[in-house]
Ligand binder design. Sequence first.
Ligand SMILES: CC(=O)N[C@@H](CCC[C@H](N)C(=O)O)C(=O)O
Length: 376
Amino acid sequence: MDREKLVEIRRDLHRIPEIGFQEFKTQAYLLTVISQYPKDRIEVKMWETGIFVLVKGTNPTKTIGYRADIDGLPILEETDYDFESEHIGYMHACGHDFHMTIALGILSHFVENPIADHVLFLFQPAEEGPGGAEPMLNSNIAKEWRPDIITALHIAPELPVGTISTKSGLLFANTSELFIDLKGKGGHAAYPHTTNDMVVAACSLVTQLQTVVARNVDPLDSAVITIGKITSGTVQNIIAENARLEGTIRTLSVESMDKVKERIEALVKGVEIGYTCKATIDYGSMYHQVYNDEKLTTEFMEFISANSDFTVQEATEAMTGEDFGYMIDQIPGFMFWLGVDSPYGLHHAKLTPNEEAISVAVELMSKYITFKANQE
Ligand SMILES: CC(=O)N[C@@H](CCC[C@H](N)C(=O)O)C(=O)O
């Protein structure tokens, strides 16, 4: 597939971002592209809003897996692209439009250039939440077509095009979503003494939560607690009866996650007592850390250095999460960052990755997968 076609596909996908397990138009679009390939070369199976595509090998001894996530985010786009999101309030602000396009490019390469082994493409829904990797990998289709190794990439806005970055072992953090509901007593803005104001309780709790990382986590370890959304109240002169905090916790180990949660629970209990309210905590989805297989990652980095013009950098751990962590906990594999050179970062309304990165990534991964297929 040539560069122009890849850019066209990326732009089409960019127009139709959909959140986790709602990727209906995205799935239909992907199926339209995939249906143009000869039926004797591929097998296609739908799973929820995702798709499995098996590109059949000529003399297979193994199956090489390649995963691309397909969901978008609830962000109002501010890129000024002439192919801006048509779904107002939603955007491909984490690069999944790139991830899907690159996967389609690699898929097309192996349809046109058959190799011995099978290549299984997993177009996976709901990476941003509530998590599609685990149920997709546990589906009967994945059991039947189970890959022997699996890989995936993530765009890196801060790296130049032509750079990849990864490392053996821990690459991305453990994550847990965090939802806290507070219920007090509402009333007239002029009579605060007759109420238990949940705006004040929520603000206090957000501030207290910042002390967990600062004062309960070993400074040589790392953790993040981010509250990304607060909802409370109805109008300026009514004291709010309810508040909801929505956030995420990131840690570099399961032990730290348990400890951070213990401290959050203690602070929430304190707010219940201090602000005379009821609080409930829901941890939502939790993602397994991304832990790259040492042998495969080292081999990949060496292969790319020796066989391409890419600059290969040793990554440091990031506090991002990825449900692909579940897949490589079950199957040997690795993930890497792909440089796309955008002045604005992931989850930003002005994320503008450089489209030059798409075709070079297709070429790179086609070469690497061919190399793996030629191995015993
Ligand atoms: C690569 C990336 O940005 N992934 C997301 C994963 C989100 C997991 C979950 N919804 C959470 O917020 O904990 C990220 O935010 O790192």
